[in-house]
Design a protein around this ligand. Structure first.
Ligand SMILES: [Zn+2]
Length: 120
């Protein structure tokens, strides 16, 4: 299969789906610290300068299409006040900030780099 949601979700290398994209363990001071190359297949994790510029738009799209429906649901279906709904949206935005930040980079590189069966 060409695209693996599981590998993307777990921030695995898009080519071998085994190596880690990001430096472990996670540090709040540098949440986007990435390995230079995959430890298994040597795939470059930043193939060219500014490669992850597009991931910024993905992160915007992902947060909008998850948080906006939540806010609309709370306000128009559950009849919450706008202030209370915004509080929940801000809470969810804060809780999933790092997941969306890293996930959008992972999704971006998984869209650009093909899976290589020879590493499975
Ligand atoms: Zn790899």
């Amino acid at each position: 299969m060409r695209f693996s949601l599981s590998a993307m979700w777990k921030n695995k290398c898009p080519r071998c789906r085994q190596g880690q994209m990001f430096v472990e363990p996670f540090k709040f001071s540098d949440p986007l610290a990435m390995n230079k190359n995959c430890s298994v297949c040597n795939q470059a994790m930043e193939p060219e300068p500014g490669f992850y510029y597009g991931a910024m738009f993905l992160s915007y799209i992902i947060s909008t299409f998850t948080l906006l429906p939540l806010a609309l649901l709370l306000v128009f279906y559950f009849k919450w006040s706008v202030e209370a709904a915004m509080g929940i949206v801000i809470l969810f935005g804060a809780l999933f900030f790092f997941k969306i930040l890293r996930g959008s980079r992972s999704l971006w590189i998984h869209m650009m780099v093909r899976y290589d069966k020879s590493y499975s």
